[in-house]
Design a binder for this molecule. Structure first.
Ligand SMILES: NC(=O)c1ccc[n+]([C@@H]2O[C@H](COP(=O)([O-])OP(=O)(O)OC[C@H]3O[C@@H](n4cnc5c(N)ncnc54)[C@H](O)[C@@H]3O)[C@@H](O)[C@H]2O)c1
Length: 453
C-alpha cells in the first residue's frame, strides 16, 4: 500500500521504517528539514535500537521529504504522528495536528480516496475535529476528494520501539466504516498474522501470541490510549507509595514487588519502585486526562494522587541527600543517567532533569553522565550549569554523593570500589533500585535505595 507518515519523531520514524520493512511503499514527512536531511543520508535523528540498520535495509520502500503537498497526493493511507505537547493548563496542544491535517488536505487530488489515521495521542473528539478541518480545507481549495478519519493509538515503548511495532500486544482501530477497517486490517496484516521474517536482530519472541485487533469507535479508541497510560502511571505511583511505607516498617520493596508481581492479576511489569515516571507520554497524558475531566466538572482523585506521589519522589531524593550531607550548598552531586529511561536519548520530562533543577536552586555543583542522552541535555542545560562527564569514574571525582537516576545496564556493571575511591563522600542514592544493596554496602559505601532496608 502507499503510505505517508507525517512526523518522523519517535513514533513516526518507527512506524515508517517498520511499514516499509513489511513491504509497503512509505513516504516519511517532517517539517524539520534537518531531520529530513539526516534521514536522506540514512542517519537516524533519534536513538532507537536497530533503526539505522533498518533505515538502510528498507531504502527501496522508503523516501523522506519535507514537502507534504507533494507526498500526500497518491497515498492510500496517511498516518499522523506529530507531537501533542501539554498546554500551560495541562490540556493537549493539538496545533501540530491541526496544521498537519490542513497541509495534508491541501495535497489531496480530485477523485482520490484517502484514509487519515491518527496515531498521535489526541484529546477525545479529535477525530471529529479532524473531519471538520479537512472538509473545510477541501471546500476552500475546491478539491473533490473522498476521505475517512480513523484512530489508531500507538503503544510502542521508546528504547524498544521497533520491537513493539513488529510484536505489539494489540492493535486498536477506532472507526465506524467497514471499508476503512478492512484497509487497515490489510495494512497491518503481516503483523496481525506474523507472516513476515523479522530482522535478524529483532527475533520473534518465543511464545509470542498473535496480537488481537481491537476494533472500536473512534472516541473509545482515543480514550484507550489515555486510560492505558494513566493506569501504568498509577501502577508505578502505587508501588512508590508502598515503598515509602516499606522504609518506615523495615520491609524491602524489591522483595514485596517480587511477591506481588507473581500474581498474574497484578503482573510484574511496571511494579518497580524508584524515582517515578517521566518521559514524553505519561506526564503529558495524565495532565491531558485531568484537563479533559475538568471540562466535565468530573474529578479524578486517583489520578491526582498518582501525579502528586510522582512529584514527591523527587523531593524524597533531596531529603535523602540532606539527611546525609545536611547542607547541599557547595556540595558536588553526580548524576548517573539523564534519559527518562534506559536505551533512549529522550530527556523530555525526565526525572533526572527535575532533580538537577532542584539541586541547582540549592546551589549544589552538578556533574552528569549518560551513555547517549548528554547530546540532548546540552540543549537544555549549558556546561556553565552542569559539568558533562564522558566517563562515570571521572564524574565520581570529588563527588559528595552520586544519584543513579536512569537504570542504564552500564551502571550495573561499574567497578563501584573505583567509584568510591574517587568520591569525597561515598554516598550512593540508587533511585532506580538497580544495584545489589549488599554488594555496595560491602564496599563500604552508604547505599540508599527507594523503599529498601
Ligand atoms: N514517544 C513515544 O514513546 C510515544 C508512544 C506512543 C504515542 N506517542 C504519541 O505520538 C505522538 C508523537 O510522539 P513522538 O514522541 O514521536 O513526537 P516527536 O516530537 O518525537 O515527533 C514529532 C515530529 O512531528 C514533526 N512535525 C510537527 N508538525 C509537523 C507537520 N505539520 N508536518 C510534518 N511534521 C511535523 C516534528 O518536527 C517532529 O519531528 C504524540 O502524540 C505522542 O503522545 C508517543
Amino acid at each position: 500500500m502507499k503510505v505517508t507518515v507525517v512526523g518522523t519523531g519517535y513514533v513516526g520514524l518507527t512506524t515508517a521504517v517498520s511499514l516499509a520493512y513489511l513491504g509497503h511503499n512509505v513516504i516519511g514527512i517532517d517539517k524539520d528539514e534537518q531531520k529530513i536531511a539526516m534521514l536522506l543520508e540514512e542517519k537516524s535523528p533519534i536513538h532507537e535500537t536497530g533503526i539505522e540498520v533498518l533505515l538502510k535495509e528498507v531504502r527501496h520502500n522508503l523516501y523522506f521529504t519535507s514537502n507534504t503537498l507533494e507526498a500526500v497526493g497518491l497515498s492510500d493511507i496517511i498516518i499522523i504522528a506529530v507531537g501533542t505537547p501539554s498546554r500551560p493548563d495541562g490540556s493537549a496542544d493539538t496545533q501540530f495536528v491541526e496544521n498537519a491535517v490542513r497541509e495534508i488536505a491541501e495535497g489531496f487530488l480530485d477523485g482520490h480516496t484517502y484514509i487519515i489515521v491518527m496515531k498521535s495521542t489526541v484529546p477525545i473528539g479529535t477525530n471529529r475535529r479532524v473531519q471538520y478541518v479537512i472538509e473545510a480545507t477541501l471546500r476552500e481549495k475546491d478539491i473533490k476528494a473522498e476521505f475517512f478519519v480513523a484512530s489508531n493509538p500507538e503503544f510502542l515503548r521508546e528504547g524498544m520501539a521497533l520491537w513493539y511495532s513488529f510484536f505489539p500486544d494489540r492493535i486498536v482501530i477506532g472507526s465506524e466504516h467497514n471499508e476503512v477497517i478492512e484497509k487497515l486490517r490489510l495494512l497491518f496484516k503481516p503483523i496481525l498474522e506474523q507472516t513476515f521474517s523479522p530482522p535478524a536482530f529483532i527475533p520473534r519472541p518465543q511464545g509470542y501470541q498473535l496480537p488481537p485487533l481491537i476494533i472500536t469507535d473512534p472516541t473509545s479508541s482515543e480514550m484507550i490510549k489515555y486510560a492505558a497510560n494513566a493506569f501504568l502511571a498509577t501502577k508505578i505511583s502505587f508501588v512508590n507509595e508502598i515503598a515509602g511505607l516499606c522504609e518506615k516498617v523495615g520491609a524491602d520493596i524489591v522483595e514485596v514487588t517480587r511477591g506481588m508481581g507473581a500474581d498474574p492479576r497484578i503482573g510484574a511489569p511496571f511494579l518497580q519502585a524508584g524515582l517515578g515516571w517521566g518521559g514524553s507520554c505519561f506526564p503529558k497524558d495524565t495532565k491531558a486526562l485531568q484537563a479533559l475531566a475538568n471540562e466535565y466538572d468530573y474529578s479524578l482523585p486517583i489520578l491526582k494522587a498518582v501525579c502528586e506521589i510522582n512529584q514527591r519522589q523527587i523531593y524524597l531524593i533531596i531529603e535523602m541527600l540532606q539527611k546525609h550531607l545536611k547542607v547541599l550548598r557547595g556540595r558536588t552531586i553526580g548524576i548517573f543517567g539523564l534519559a527518562f529511561k534506559p536505551n533512549t536519548d529522550d530527556i523530555r520530562d525526565a526525572p533526572a532533569l527535575e532533580i538537577i533543577k532542584e539541586l541547582l536552586t540549592r546551589d549544589a555543583t552538578i556533574k552528569v553522565h549518560d551513555p547517549i542522552a548528554m547530546v540532548n541535555m546540552r540543549n537544555v542545560l549549558s556546561s556553565n550549569q552542569v559539568e558533562y562527564c564522558e566517563d562515570p569514574y571521572v564524574l565520581a571525582n570529588q563527588c559528595d554523593a552520586i544519584i543513579i537516576a536512569t537504570e542504564w545496564e552500564a551502571y550495573r556493571h561499574l567497578d563501584y570500589s573505583r567509584v568510591k575511591t574517587n568520591m569525597r563522600n561515598p554516598i550512593l542514592i540508587d533511585a532506580r533500585n538497580c544495584l545489589d544493596v549488599h554488594e555496595i554496602r560491602r564496599l563500604g559505601m552508604i547505599y540508599n535505595g527507594i523503599g529498601r532496608v
